[in-house]
Design a binder for this molecule. Structure first.
Ligand code: SF4
Length: 342
């Protein structure tokens, strides 16, 4: 267990535990390495200062000490390798700025609208495809939120609204409730999906109040969590997810395939097994989006093919995630392979 700093304890006395954890993160690489018993010289650290190190202490506590190759550490360390330019890797790999016609709204796919609720995250994942997204400049005012909901109301085809970010669960409950109220008031919307990494990195975020909020809405609620390695899913995460399951919230997981983190069949297989054991179905395995700063995480095509073949051999079909990539201007995620799973 990693102790919270005394400063943070004083400042956050009136906040909920999850809000304190969200604020009291490790943001200094020397501190992170010291907590893990690693010497700074062991790793070349000099990432993009515009996307600084940020990692919750609960997540640090799941890292192996004295191991510079720890798969959780690799997801958060701003390595010098981020500065290497690679053709094809850009600041907006999915052309989201073109699809972001109204602040707060991404409407790329038929039937679904995605809301960028906040730019704030509990953790900074170095491979994040939105790591360069201009959240501050695209944050909607109340009036602009009204325009977003008007847009959804006018499009009869939209039956599902996805809360994304940043991390949508990083906002306070009252803001979340306000958003859900607005969505509920749109008659043709029947489903609410929340994409969040907070249930994994700060499991205290799954409070009784949050579960009640999702259970009480007329919308069919699902939550897509984001874990890349079984080591992320400790007993605190498992316990936090149980009330959501009991409340009938569908739980899915998405993973990003990352070199040096989870590009082994045993690792992906263990992740699927662990997810199922805690009540979550593996949903998507995303190939890396080609975002500037993340090229060192890319996995080669032949290896991707081999991984899927190995997973199909090892696991029942329902535990093999869909291998997909996102392409700019595509009307859906693109399957990496076609053909049915057994
Ligand atoms: S939590 Fe999600 S949005 Fe935030 S940095 Fe990680 S991948 Fe990106």
């Amino acid at each position: 267990m990693i102790a919270r700093s005394p400063d943070a304890q004083g400042k956050n006395a009136h906040r909920e535990p999850w809000q304190m954890a969200l604020q009291d993160v490790v943001s200094d690489s020397d501190e992170l390495l010291a907590l893990l018993g690693l010497a700074p010289a062991a790793l070349a650290i000099d990432g993009d200062p515009a996307f600084p190190l940020r990692v919750p202490r609960a997540f640090v506590a799941r890292m192996r000490r004295h191991d510079p190759d720890d798969p959780l550490l690799k997801q958060v360390l701003p390595l010098t390798a981020e500065r290497a330019l690679r053709p094809g890797f850009s600041h907006d790999p999915l052309a989201e700025l073109a699809a972001n016609k109204l602040p707060g709204l991404l409407h790329k796919y038929h039937g679904r609208a995605l809301l960028i609720v906040t730019g704030h995250c509990g953790i900074h994942c170095r491979y994040c495809f939105r790591r360069h997204f201009p959240y501050a400049a695209r944050q909607p005012s109340r009036q602009q939120w009204s325009q977003v909901f008007d847009h959804i109301r006018r499009d009869d085809s939209i039956s599902e609204v996805i809360l994304s970010g940043g991390d949508p669960l990083a906002v306070p409950d009252r803001q979340l409730q306000w958003l859900i109220d607005q969505i509920e008031a749109i008659p043709q919307v029947s489903r609410l999906r929340i994409h969040s990494r907070l249930p994994v990195v700060i499991p205290q975020r799954i409070t009784a109040a949050l579960v009640a909020m999702l259970a009480d809405t007329r919308l069919q609620a699902s939550m897509v969590i984001h874990a890349n390695h079984a080591q992320e899913l400790d007993e605190d995460v498992a316990a936090a997810l149980q009330p959501l399951r009991r409340a009938g919230i569908v739980l899915l997981n998405q993973t990003v395939l990352l070199a040096g983190v989870n590009d082994q069949a045993e690792t992906l297989s263990a992740l699927s097994e662990r997810l199922f054991a805690i009540g979550v179905l593996p949903y998507y395995l995303h190939l890396l989006d080609q975002v500037a700063g993340a090229a060192h995480f890319e996995v080669s095509e032949p290896l991707v093919h081999g991984l899927r073949a190995a997973l199909l051999e090892r696991l029942p079909g329902y535990l093999v995630p869909r291998f997909v990539r996102e392409l700019p201007h595509a009307r859906s995620k693109v399957p990496v392979f076609s053909g049915a799973s057994p």
